[in-house]
Design a protein around this ligand. Sequence first.
Ligand code: GRF
Length: 204
Amino acid sequence: MMRVAILVSGRGSNMEAILRVKEAGGLPNAEIALVLSDSADAPALEKAQKFGVKTVIVDPKPYRKKREGYDAAVLEVLRDNNIELIVLAGFMRLLSRVLIDAYPNRIINIHPALLPAFPGLHAQKQALDHGVKVSGCTVHIVDGDVDTGPIILQAVVPVLTDDTEETLSERILDYEHRLLPRALDLATSERLRVIGRRVIIDED
Ligand code: GRF
C-alpha cells in the first residue's frame, strides 16, 4: 500500500469523497495516512477525524511570506509519516520546489475547470464570465506552476443558461468527487506513466 497524505485548507469535501471510497472498500493500494491543513479552522479536520485519520496542522504564520520555509516544515511532517504520495484537495497554497522536488510526479491536484482553461482562483466564475458552454474538472500532476502540470483525468460538465457561480460549482463538485478518488486509485496502483506532458494510463 502506498502511504498518502491529503492536504486541505477548508471544507474538505474532496477529501471526504476519498475517505468514503476507502471506507467502502475502494482504493485497495492507498493508505490515507495523514490529513494536513494550513488552517486550524478547516472543517476538513473534523471530518477526517471522524474517519479516524490522523490530522496535523502546519501553521504558516511563523514563516510569513517564505514559501520554502513553510514547505520545509510540511516536508518534515510528511517524511516523519513516511508519506509517498500527496493529494492537494482544496489546499490554498502554491508549492515551492522544496515539495515538488521531494515528490516528483507524486503530487496530484484537483481543479474545478477544464485545464488549461481557467487556472487559478474562481475557476467556475471565470468559466461563466467567459461564456463557455461546457466546463468541468481536472486532476493533474503538480509541476510547480499554477495548474499547469500533466493531466491525469478530466470530466466535462455542461454550463446551463441560468447558472450562477454557485450552481455551476455544485454541478462540477459532484464530478470532482468521482474523479479525484479514481485518479488516486490509478496513481497508487502505479498505473500512470508520465511522458512529457502526457499521462499514459495503463488499463487492467
Ligand atoms: C474544489 O472545488 C477544488 O477543485 C478546488 O478547491 C475546492 C475545494 O473544495 N481546488 P473541498 O475543500 O474539497 O470541498
